[in-house]
Design a protein around this ligand. Structure first.
Ligand code: PEP
Ligand code: MG
Length: 660
């Protein structure tokens, strides 16, 4: 896991461990944690590259260890994908110029930009409740019961918060509260508190002491991401404490546009803010990976974290400006600067509204050339979201997600139902389903594939499907059956040789005949440089191409797309990569073959213009990029994009291309 063992995957480990009766432990060297207790697991501070051992004792020990190992491995693909997305966003943020800089010289406090955007508002201090706890022992049984009922009540509150957050913001934000629930369901924490009650302490005192010890243990973990979970534990622990003390947690009453200043802000505090008035968050401690930062990004609330104690000294009520992209808070801003910020904010708001309103308009350039804009999705729900966001079709459905995080491969019936739901969600729009792309970084333990020295250069995608025809036929039959419900195109990943297409085509025909399905268009991804170089030979053999710029870039530049240091250099705007795409498009045009792009470059505004200028027919990207890419293409002429593309091809580096 590139980000170490943080709360989300650890919560999944705990959920798995709890299905078994045996004792289950995770060791890091000589330290160990109960696999059923989230705080303990987090306190191990396991980071990228650490070795862990799993041990179990009890009746179902073997099965428990196997299940835990499966989950540990299955989650790694998600963890890598998350880290890659975060890295790309950070890179994009660093590359873009600030939307506004003060003209005068206000006092500036710099922290880390945690959620982009500009806002102007009065500084309002958010002070977390200071608990005054006296040690007043009572009846041991009554105290034990009071603790149990407080923990249960808060657990239920968190459950409600989780459900509400899922509807309001989405599943990954809701998961924050699922892991908070695990944090207080921690048996060790309860045991410590109960032991201290038995030693003669009062329940509130005992709970606070046990909580404090745990929080300090988490804070001491060297990895900042893991240490940030201490705040989550304090958040839920103090909810329990407030309940034990009979204190109602007050929410802040605001009357004007406010920038909230806090030493730290818990996730549940963040969600309870009055969004009619809060326009920004300025936090003196914390980090960009905190759950509060994640929530701020989803809420579209500009936020700066790690701004230091100077922030807390700023006078309350003063009008300030926050730039959540740059990570700056400006105090004592002149009227001229305030007016200028207000103009920028109004313009950005108008642009966002215009984008939203125009999202269903086609991407037709000012001189009348139209490009299809589609989305990359993993399931029917995402497809519906993408269509709502303006996507005209699905250019890539990644089917490997169906195979991850489970103990056996989905059978034909299950796959059929998933693909059928997809076609129904599409309502007749283009749907390109990619055959299983396992191998490389996407590992599936139950397939028992041989360990490879260089998995990205190994048995991946189509290479695996040709070796494991059980997988190939199950998927193809399901696809041909689902095609009775709506149009589907089949796409094969990681093709290298023309002979592979010939073989895959005949397997398709055989599977089609077995289920008496309709004829479908069959295409390939262009991700191996050899295919782009020899596109002339491939074009007549396929119905369409879709360029996977992520892999094409890694193979062209010989840079692992997930390499912690080198990955930023794996820039798809590199002229060598663009040259290969240009060759692919030229060959496709010559043979009348449709060509799309479904790698990350398609969703980049500059990338989209260059690709359009190169003559691609379709661009497929994450749903959130669809509206802005469409607007970008509508704002320029095809002839200008063609000139831009030619200049990009002639450039000497990715940086030179960006400078265009
Ligand atoms: C690509 O390689 O560009 C692509 C779209 O496929 P994936 O990212 O799933 O490897
Ligand atoms: Mg790929």
């Amino acid at each position: 896991y590139p980000n170490g063992l943080h709360a989300r995957p650890a919560t999944r480990w705990v959920e798995t461990a709890k299905r078994f009766a045996c004792d289950l432990r995770v060791y890091k060297a000589l330290e160990f944690a109960d696999a059923k207790a989230l705080t303990g697991l987090l306190a191990l501070g396991a980071t990228r590259g650490d070795s862990l051992r799993v041990a179990a004792r009890g009746p179902d020990a073997r099965r428990a260890v196997d299940a835990l190992l499966d989950v540990m491995q299955a989650l790694s693909a998600d963890e890598k994908a998350d880290a890659e997305r975060a890295r790309r966003n950070a890179l994009a943020a660093r590359r873009s110029a600030p939307d506004w800089l003060p003209d005068g010289s206000p006092q500036a406090i710099y922290g880390i930009g945690a959620s982009p955007g500009l806002a102007i508002g009065a500084l309002v201090r958010h002070v977390s409740h200071q608990f005054e706890v006296h040690d007043s022992p009572a009846d041991v049984i009554a105290d034990g019961e009071a603790l149990e009922s407080a923990v249960l009540a808060i657990s239920q509150e968190l459950q409600t918060l989780e459900t509400q957050t899922r509807t309001r913001l989405g599943a990954s934000e809701a998961a924050i509260f699922a892991s908070q629930r695990e944090l207080i369901a921690d048996a060790d924490l309860l045991r410590e508190a109960l032991a201290s009650i038995l030693r003669g302490h009062g329940v509130a005192w005992a709970w606070q002491a046990a909580l404090q010890a745990r929080v300090e243990k988490l804070q001491a973990v060297a990895d900042p991401l893991l240490a940030a979970r201490a705040l989550d534990l304090r958040d839920v622990g103090e909810r329990v404490l407030a309940r034990l003390l009979g204190i109602e947690r007050q929410s802040l009453v605001l009357k004007q546009a406010s920038i909230l200043v806090a030493d730290d802000l818990t996730p549940s505090d963040t969600l309870q803010l009055d969004m009619n008035f809060v326009v920004g968050l300025a936090i003196s401690s914390g980090g960009p990976t905190s759950h509060t930062a994640i929530l701020a990004r989803t809420l579209g609330l500009p936020a700066v974290v790690a701004a230091g104690s100077a922030l807390l000294a700023a006078p309350e009520g003063q009008l300030a400006v926050i730039d959540g992209g740059l990570g700056a808070v400006y105090l004592e801003v002149s009227q001229t600067d305030r007016d200028a910020v207000a103009t920028v904010i109004a313009r950005q708001l108008a642009e966002r509204n215009a984008l939203r309103e125009s999202r269903y308009l086609p991407a037709t350039t000012t001189d009348g050339h139209t490009v299809e804009v589609a989305a990359n999705v993993a399931n029917a729900k995402q497809a519906r979201v993408a269509i709502e966001a303006g996507a005209e079709g699905v250019g890539l459905m990644r089917t490997e997600f169906l195979f991850l995080e489970r103990n056996s491969a989905p059978d034909e019936e299950e796959q059929y139902r998933v693909y059928r739901d997809m076609t129904e969600a599409m309502g007749g729009r283009t749907l390109i389903i990619r055959a299983l792309d396992i191998g490389g970084d996407k590992k599936v333990p139950y397939l028992n594939l041989a360990k490879e020295e260089n998995p990205f250069l190994g048995v991946r995608g189509a290479r695996l499907l040709l070796l494991r025809q059980d997988l190939l036929y199950t998927q193809l039959r399901a696809l041909y059956r689902a095609a009775a419900h709506g149009p589907i195109r089949i796409m094969f990943p990681m093709v290298t040789h023309t002979s592979e297409i010939e073989a895959l085509r005949s397997h398709c025909e055989r599977a089609r005949a077995q289920v008496n399905g309709p004829q479908l268009k069959i295409g390939i991804m262009v991700e191996v440089p050899a295919v782009a170089v020899m596109a002339e030979k491939f074009a007549p053999l396929v119905d369409f191409f879709s360029v996977g710029t992520n892999d094409l870039t890694q193979y062209t530049l010989a840079i692992d797309r997930q390499h912690p240091e080198l990955a930023p250099q794996a820039d798809s705007l590199h002229p060598a990569v663009l040259d290969l795409i240009a060759r692919t498009v030229a060959a496709a045009k010559k043979h009348g073959t449709w060509v799309g792009v479904c790698g990350g470059l398609a969703g980049d505004p500059l990338g989209a213009r260059i690709l359009t200028g190169l003559g691609v027919d379709e661009l497929s990207m994450s749903a959130q990029d669809v509206a802005s890419v469409k607007a970008t293409l509508r704002g320029d002429s095809y002839s200008a994009m063609q000139v831009l593309a030619q200049r990009a091809l002639a450039a000497g580096s990715a940086d030179e291309v960006r400078a265009l």
